[in-house]
Design a protein around this ligand. Structure first.
Ligand code: ATP
Ligand code: AH0
Length: 370
């Protein structure tokens, strides 16, 4: 194996496909220092984004819609991989495997029969690219009683651990999740709640773009304390980990219920949602003596959000993961490249203390092209 892996992540924000091309050391026993060779963000075609968004909630003829979306998604992934490899001037036969998350359309860890569903036809992705694909990373963890999420903590542990410092890695995507790398303790991690997802929904509803670039729209509003309290009253924030959530819970309908048709100025809602994300993270980490907090995911670029976080964590050094050598946009895609590497090297991909699974297991399924 070449040690070259492609990682593909398309997350709950539905902004597009994040890809990386990365090289991992040949021996899994050697301290892992991934070398990033190339990265790319391919925005989703509008129609596909709308279909995927629709699939995250119940609706008519979901099976037909899902079947069609799975194929379009695989084609979009394959085109993105081809672009990435062309940019890097690397041939498909040089790649050991693609690690692909797929697109979560339903995540129900608290259902009577818990399930999680990631779509994208991985055989088509393998056939189109002529590269083997490792995917379906979450369901085995759930089969062992876990939440199937979050999975990135194992990768964070592998590359970001510092033996003498309590580090936390905070990913702010559509949903936000945190990894706690505390010396002399098993790694912990969980979803803190909404990240950018509700903020994206709101600004889109106002017709002001897909997301609040640099937090500029939020900066024009004022925090509404009664709304903030209503948002924070959701029982999810009182749950202890392991815990995970998704857009099927924290979505437009959830927000509508909290707004109760009160006539807030739209910019005030944006500002309050931004504070809400920061405050829910603070609640989740209130008892943790974190020394260094590293932010990744698109939320790292929202200046209002980051400044709210800094205000709520005055004693903590807040930085982007780029100061650890991995750009905020690349961490999740790199984690899925690593999960493919872990599959090939028989390294467990889940952490039982994080997901709640009864044991650590090797995650992923191989989709071959020949
Ligand atoms: N310059 C920016 N200013 C403000 N927000 C930004 C900026 N760039 C990206 N974002 C936010 O980040 C989001 C994308 O983040 P990311 O790609 O980390 O999410 P994701 O991977 O889809 O979600 P998840 O981690 O939940 O699976 C965008 O939808 C937007 O809200
Ligand atoms: C079911 C699912 O897709 N969950 C995502 C989502 O996006 C962020 C958060 O919720 C996290 O739990 C997870 O993604 C990352 C990659 C994870 O598994 O670690």
């Amino acid at each position: 194996m070449s040690g070259l892996y492609v990682g593909i992540m398309s997350g709950t924000s539905l902004d597009g496909i994040d890809l990386v091309l990365v090289r991992f050391g040949q021996s899994p026993t050697v301290k892992l220092q991934p070398e990033l060779l190339e990265s790319l963000l391919c925005p989703f075609p509008t129609e596909l984004r709308q279909q995927l968004s629709q699939l995250a909630q119940s609706g008519p003829d979901e099976l037909e819609l899902m079947g069609l979306a799975e194929q379009q998604l695989a084609i979009a992934y394959a085109n993105a991989v081809k672009q990435l490899l062309a940019k890097a001037k690397v041939a498909p036969e040089q790649i050991s495997a693609i690690g692909c998350h797929g697109q979560t359309i339903r995540h129900r860890p608290y259902a009577q029969f818990p399930f999680t569903y990631q779509i994208g036809d991985m055989f088509r992705l393998a056939a189109e690219t002529q590269i083997r694909v490792i995917a379906d990373f979450r369901r085995k963890d759930m089969a062992y009683g876990g939440q199937g999420a979050p999975l990135v903590p194992a990768f964070h542990k592998a590359i970001f651990t510092k033996p003498d410092s309590y580090r936390a890695i905070l990913n702010i995507g559509g949903i936000a999740n945190v990894t706690l790398l505390q010396p002399n303790r098993p790694v912990r991690g969980f979803d803190t709640g909404p990240g950018n997802g509700l903020m994206d929904n709101w600004i889109q509803q106002q017709g002001l773009g897909l997301y609040d670039k640099d937090g500029e729209y939020a900066a024009s509003g004022t925090i509404q304390q009664d709304l903030l309290a209503a948002l924070l009253s959701d029982p999810y924030f009182q749950l202890q980990g392991p815990k995970s959530t998704g857009r099927e819970y924290f979505n437009e309908l959830w927000l509508e219920q909290k707004l109760q048709s009160r006539p807030y100025a739209p910019a005030d809602v944006q500002r309050t949602l931004t504070r809400f994300t920061a405050q829910s993270i603070k609640i989740a980490l209130a008892d943790e003596a974190i020394a260094e907090l590293f932010i990744c995911g698109g939320g790292a670029y929202n200046q209002v959000l980051v400044s709210d976080l800094q205000q709520l964590f005055p004693a903590v050094q807040l930085q982007q993961t780029s100061s650890l050598g991995v750009k905020a946009d690349d961490v999740e895609a790199m984690a899925f490249a690593w999960l493919a590497f872990a599959y090939d090297n028989q390294i467990p991909g889940n952490i039982p203390e994080v997901t709640g699974a009864s044991k650590a297991v090797i995650l992923g399924v191989e989709f071959s092209y020949n």
